[in-house]
Design a protein around this ligand. Structure first.
Ligand SMILES: [Zn+2]
Ligand SMILES: [Zn+2]
Length: 254
């Protein structure tokens, strides 16, 4: 699998892009930003978007991507849980915040096609298996286990302390990468707990449950832009060999 980090922050400010990861050029995991892509050609290759939850930093670019893809006559298939798809219909594509792109440009060939995923269920998207794993956030949210025949990657979505995704990490075959959120510095633990996010210290506690093998690297993302420097120092202070801070524009091959 080819992983391209289009945006890896929990907001869009100070030159940072909000969360979106592109797999094999066609599958977008969350849709916070596609500004890292070079042009229309690259955006046009996106076929499917898998949404972890409805928060703005994960969906902001979706209407614009869908409209561009509709011009090419294809539109985009959007996967999410029943709750997330329901929120999209109710709060975003509702004719007020944005036009109902599930009926435009035409009801027969719309810009957005919805596909519902069950929590714990797996869908096959262009040869990739994508399993939705519920995590612990302020709105219904899932992380994802993405696998091909050779390797798997685990994406935490936004989450506070949680359990199920770590047993998935334990059981996953050939888990090469874990992308995991950290949003606030250690001194803002209370805010992290209320908003159901992680700090560097909470991350170390969570990773004890994951039982990761040496070949699995850990990519930290979703830093809130106002605290980037502070969180970076705390993450570096953990001195974990297999842990990196992701950056917008990074690419990886599993
Ligand atoms: Zn977020
Ligand atoms: Zn969120």
């Amino acid at each position: 699998m080819r992983l391209r980090v289009l945006g890896c922050y929990g907001g869009e400010l100070l030159g940072h892009q909000s969360t979106a990861f592109l797999i094999n050029g066609h599958l977008l995991i969350d849709a916070g930003s596609v500004n890292s892509l070079g042009g229309v050609d690259e955006i046009s290759k996106i076929r499917h978007v898998v949404l972890s939850h409805i928060h703005l930093d994960h969906i902001k670019a979706l209407p614009f991507i869908a409209e561009l893809l509709a011009e090419g006559g294809r539109g985009v298939e959007v996967f999410g849980t029943e709750e997330t798809i329901g929120f999209l219909k109710q709060h975003i594509f509702n004719g007020s915040v944005w036009p109902d792109l599930s009926r435009l440009p035409t009801p027969e060939n719309p810009a957005v096609r919805y596909s519902t995923m069950r929590e714990g269920g797996t869908v096959i998207v262009n040869g990739l298996l994508v399993k939705a794993i519920p995590v612990n956030h302020t709105v219904p949210t899932t992380g994802f286990l993405i696998s091909d025949s050779l390797a798997s990657m685990l994406y935490s979505g936004d989450t506070g302390t949680t359990d199920r995704i770590w047993s998935e990490a334990n059981n996953a075959q050939n888990l090469r990468a874990l992308m995991v959120e950290v949003s606030y510095p250690n001194r803002l633990k209370d805010r992290a707990v209320i908003t159901k996010h992680l700090t560097p210290h909470l991350l170390t506690e969570e990773l004890k449950k994951a039982g990761l093998k040496r070949e699995t690297w850990i990519g930290v993302y979703h830093l809130k832009p106002p605290f980037v420097d502070e969180i970076r120092k705390e993450i570096c202070g953990l001195r974990m060999d297999n842990l990196i801070l992701l950056e917008d524009g990074d690419t990886f091959e599993t």
